[in-house]
Ligand binder design. Sequence first.
Ligand code: IPM
Ligand code: MN
Length: 354
Amino acid sequence: MKKQIVVLPGDGVGPEVTAVAVEVIAAIGAKYDHALNIEYADIGGIAIDNHNDPLPADTLQRCQAADAILLGAVGGPKWSNPGATVRPEQGLLKIRAALGLFANLRPVKPYASLAHYSPLRADRVANVDVMIVRELTGGIYFGDRVESNELATDTCSYSADEVRRIVRVAGGLARTRRQHLVSVDKANVLATSRLWRNVTSEVMRTEFPDVELEHLLVDAAAMHLLQRPADFDVMVTENLFGDILTDEASVLSGSIGLLPSASINASGVGLYEPIHGSAPDIAGQGIANPYGTVASVAMMLRHSFGMTDEAATIETAIDQCLEAGHLTADLVRDDTALSTQQVGSALCAAIDAL
Ligand code: IPM
Ligand code: MN
């Protein structure tokens, strides 16, 4: 198979973790005889530096023409002074909107071999397997903003159609899993949440009668995710709540550096990225955790290319390397920690050997 992949390394640790992912892509291409071609483009702060634009037209064009996109991370203190009107994050929001990537899939399935790195008791984390489906192109992220020194306004709006299409994605996933969907909102306060709740109930009742639906308020959901994480199967929620809940859920696994994500549109084109940020505090040191980015490559192969065996090979290699204790400094805080690059070499060796 021949595929064109645009890699957007971005800022901070982004270039370090995507470098490992590119090695893994090469190892898979060689093993399975696929032409997985890589091209690079700028996004975020580096794109502001090089082109004065967090999403240059050239980057967007390449992404539109590609079979899939892999992103590292965007943002950093260099571009975050309060007066800045152009921000790295705008590049990411623009590409999500431009490609219509409305469905963000964030699986949280802590690795058994790392259970003792979770701040929760091992028995609470055992059997956790949650798929959080975050709406990604609507809500307060994309509403009108008014900003002055004395008053600021952000607008949250959702249409019924925006809710319907994300609930259909979540319902479809729940159907292939444990037939249980939790929809998270703040319907006791927000009008958008009442619309969300009504539309979700209607879609699930008429189109997914085989899937059990539960509604939770976001504050309670935040608590239940820590108290009884194993009870959740698929969760669906709006953009901002999903951003917050997925960072929270990542803690269950021991490190946010482990978690992958897929952002997909109606035609299956996807942008894949670890859920962590640019981590400017550790950027350039070669110590970032590349597992979340590599797991994102597995999601790319499965969702965008239908390469089930290849994806499984990556996931098995990840399991083996974690079991062998090939861990970065976010997990092991002593001199046994491996560098980003060393983890990459271990992963490629494991892939070759499988
Ligand atoms: C994420 C990030 C982004 C978001 C930022 C960088 C704009 O936190 O992908 O979760 O809030 O969506
Ligand atoms: Mn986030």
